[in-house]
Design a protein around this ligand. Structure first.
Ligand code: HEM
Length: 471
């Protein structure tokens, strides 16, 4: 473990000096796209590419990114690869809808994730973090995969905030489906890269469809049960995301969501929200485990702040959040987003033809040598005080930007802060001996093979309990 955090250079593939040939590139894209980036990507504002993937441009100039995601966003739409891989076949949920259906849904769903709504979920997040500490305590001294543990926490938190009455089925069953589902969609197969239409069956997709059907049936039965209970009992009014979805209306038209949109969005929140957040927490835990200084800073802050009111807790966890922001910089869970140009444009001094796929890769952008000092080093103080103000909005995009930016960003940051601070407050973090962590992009950017850590209860005496006071 290193004491001086700015000297910590966490594991990452060394960029290639030149591009791979077509066959090698296809192989790397199918196994770990992070290993395909070259020096030019980390040094140039734009890198134009061609076959075998089709016409594309990797963009890292903040002003040009602003143009694509915000100022000229109408000229760009999510390309099919992004829709297929990131939205997991949920074609009518917020993540993949386009045009007026997207606009209506975004307006209707925005209040669900407003700061006030998200703040109401603090208690559930703190309670689930406390239960995780209890579970980990049973394994004192053992090696545990923390990716699996935090994935469980993020799933439980989503389940409890979406459906306060519970999932109505065994959470274990849900978790198994989720695992099958992600294992199938997580594979970017050659068919996808080569642009073979989605109508051509992919190996293993029957399994995904079967799992998706099971999911949908479970959610349908929760929705109909909720509607029945609401009709029967006038005093019954849970304040969860499902209740808000059933009531959601677009402010201008008053349009409500259809039954299939409600279902697709529940699945979208689970798919978009649980593994991304779990990886953000896992990377933060790994990085904290490598820095005695930041572990101590998080701990001191948590010891102080967890004694106070739960309201506003996550905003008071300033240093913890700086570690999370730095983890999201070095290992952004969504490491590349992309858009197809609907018409010609000019970006970073280059003509962009209609149909070009513009790739904005937070992984590259966040380590770009023209935009960051010591880009490959872990230094959370970049995100503290005035230094943070100096970061261009369009050079740091863990949650995207513009109209299609992440609707769940505040939810994710609040959850990650509470869970990270609770774990670091209660345990000494130590990576299993002989294990080396390596980042791999498989839908989300995660540690390959998980994060085996030895769990040891923190020995120092301290005030209070591992929980938090309620307001
Ligand atoms: C650390 C955790 C998370 C990260 C890094 C993340 C990242 C992102 C990114 C980069 C986008 C934009 C994609 C694009 O522009 O093509 C996005 C969109 C989205 N995210 Fe997240 N996300 C996280 C957590 C969540 C959570 C907790 C939820 C919901 C509970 C959520 C729901 C969504 C939805 C619905 C969209 C689509 C928004 C739209 O198109 O209008 N995300 N996310």
């Amino acid at each position: 473990m290193l004491d001086s955090a700015p000297e910590l250079r966490p594991p990452a593939p060394v960029p290639r000096s030149k591009s791979l040939g077509p066959f090698a590139l296809l192989r790397v894209l199918a196994t770990n796209p992070l290993e395909a980036w070259t020096d030019a990507h980390f040094e140039e504002p734009i890198v134009i590419g061609g076959p075998p993937i089709g016409r594309f441009a990797v963009l890292s100039e903040p002003a040009a990114i602003r143009r694509v995601l915000l100022e000229n966003a109408r000229n760009y739409k999510k390309d099919w690869l992004q829709r297929r891989v990131l939205s997991a076949g949920l074609t009518n949920g917020l993540l993949s809808a386009e045009g007026s259906r997207w606009r209506i849904q975004r307006h209707a769903l925005a209040p669900l994730f407003s700061p006030r709504m998200v703040a109401n979920f603090s208690a559930v997040m703190a309670e689930e973090a406390r239960l995780m500490v209890e579970r980990l305590s049973w394994h004192e001294g053992e090696t545990i995969d923390l990716v699996a543990e935090v994935t469980r926490v993020t799933l439980e938190i989503l389940a409890r905030t979406i459906f306060s009455d519970g999932l109505g089925r065994s959470p274990e069953e849900f978790r198994t489906w989720m695992k099958d589902y992600f294992e199938t969609i997580g594979r970017i197969d050659l068919f996808d890269i080569l642009g073979i239409p989605e109508t051509v069956p992919r190996p293993g997709h029957w399994k995904m469809r079967k799992t998706l059907r099971l999911f949908e049936e479970a959610i349908d039965s929760i929705i109909s049960d909720r509607r029945r209970r609401l009709a029967e009992d006038s005093g019954y009014a849970p304040r969860d995301i499902l209740a808000l979805l059933l009531m959601a209306k677009a402010p201008d038209s008053g349009a409500t969501l259809s039954e299939s949109e409600i279902r697709a969005n529940i699945l979208t929140f689970i798919v978009a929200g649980h593994e991304t957040t779990a990886n953000a927490i896992a990377w933060s835990l790994f990085l904290s485990s490598q820095s005695a200084e930041w572990q101590k800073r998080i701990r001191m802050e948590a010891d102080r702040e967890f004694e106070g009111d739960i309201n506003g807790l996550s905003e008071r966890l300033v240093e913890t959040r700086a570690v999370i922001n730095e983890a999201l910089r070095l290992y952004p869970p969504i490491s590349a987003i992309s858009r197809a140009a609907l018409g010609p444009d000019e970006l970073a001094g280059h003509a962009i033809k209609r149909g070009t796929v513009v790739v904005i890769a937070p992984y590259v952008l966040h380590r770009h040598r023209m935009l960051w000092t010591r880009p490959d080093y872990f230094d959370p103080s970049r995100f503290l005080d005035d230094t943070r103000e100096k970061i261009d909005r369009f050079s740091y995009l863990p949650f995207g930007a513009g109209p299609r930016s992440c609707i769940g960003a505040a939810f994710a940051l609040q959850e990650a802060s509470i869970v990270l601070a609770t774990i670091v407050r209660n345990f000494e973090l130590e990576l299993a001996e002989g294990y080396s962590v390596w980042p791999v992009q498989k839908v989300t950017l995660r540690p390959r093979g998980g994060l085996p850590m030895i769990v040891k209860k923190r020995r120092q005496s301290r005030q209070g309990t591992m929980g938090v006071k309620r307001g």
